[in-house]
Design a binder for this molecule. Sequence first.
Ligand code: GSH
Length: 252
Amino acid sequence: MGSPLSFEGNGPASLDATSNPPAMFDGTTRLYMSYVSPYAQRAWITRNYKGLQEKIELVPINLFNKPSWYKERVNPASMVPALEHNGKVITESLDVIKYIDGNFDGPSLYPKDPEKRELGEYLMKYSNTTFINIVIGSFRGNPAKESTPVFDHLENVLHKFNEGPFFLGKLSLVDIAFITVIERVQPLLEDAFKYDITLGRPKLATWIKEMNKIDAYSQTKVNRQQVIKYMKSRYMLRASKSILYQNQVSKL
Ligand SMILES: N[C@@H](CCC(=O)N[C@@H](CS)C(=O)NCC(=O)O)C(=O)O
């Protein structure tokens, strides 16, 4: 029986501490991921969008009951995602999505235009640092106030290129980097704080709608109620005295 907070997704069953490792470095390209992780989800979306379902095998890892071989043989940092390709392992979600985009067939997810690339680099880094830190930090205080500048910043950037509803105009790795985080923080902000991040932010509202129309993304989404339950347990019940519970919620 899985823990009440672990969940499976739309793909193969997760490997846990009782599972054998795959035959590593046998020529198969493998994406080690988790259905619960926004970082791993970025790589999963990128793989799907580029039509690499047959070329990159998904290897979901149960982060609540992780196999010991994962740290020993795949990623010493013990985190997902990790991509096994051509005898090496690439880690860190932003590096993994850039690697998949640059080294496999399928539609390009990064523009050639230097101005867009520069903004794209900045935004991807921002999605993993300032943005996520401020939004998650605000859950302990007043999110409507504290996270306003970062959502306003996204709204402003979305006004920059008008050839499409996405950050760099056309869909890119930048959109993929942000949507998996938005998918988790937006429901929690609405449910627990009655804060609608799209109110007064028409570009952000349209961007979220457009992202949800993309199958490569929608296939990877986690159920909204599960997200809310998980996010509450992770960020709003930190004082819980249950050690088991603390272990279960320290995965995101
Ligand atoms: N900076 C890393 C963060 C990856 C990360 O934090 N992954 C989490 C899941 S969301 C993880 O694997 N944690 C290990 C664990 O829970 O045991 C990236 O962008 O890939």
